[in-house]
Write a protein that binds this ligand. Sequence first.
Ligand SMILES: [Zn+2]
Length: 134
Amino acid sequence: MPTSEQIRECKAKLEESRRNLTEEMEHLRESSAALDEGQGASDLADASQAQYDKQFVGRLSETDKRLLDRVNAALARINAKDYGICVDCGEEIPFRRLLAVPYGERCVACQEIAERDAKNRSSGPSNEPAGFDD
Ligand SMILES: [Zn+2]
């Protein structure tokens, strides 16, 4: 288990991420609303640009939402006192890795397997870097 000092450090990072993500999603919601208002009055080129922007904003907020879910899950694990334990094999996740990816829920080995599986299902690359362990 990470020490309580280490957990405090990760928790601070997680809470900061949660704040940033929440703010960013708020901004994205605002730009999406602004794009809605801009529609209708403009010509076709503008309309398709607005459509494109809206999809872009939608993708960004979807990414943020998934990340926020993971941040919240990590904070819940801290509260449940099982933070820093790999959800797959039950081994400790090295603190260095937790510092780099405080919402990480797997050790390096399991993360690599999970990413390989994800790639096999071709659901896109993970945004979580692997290989922080020595
Ligand atoms: Zn593991």
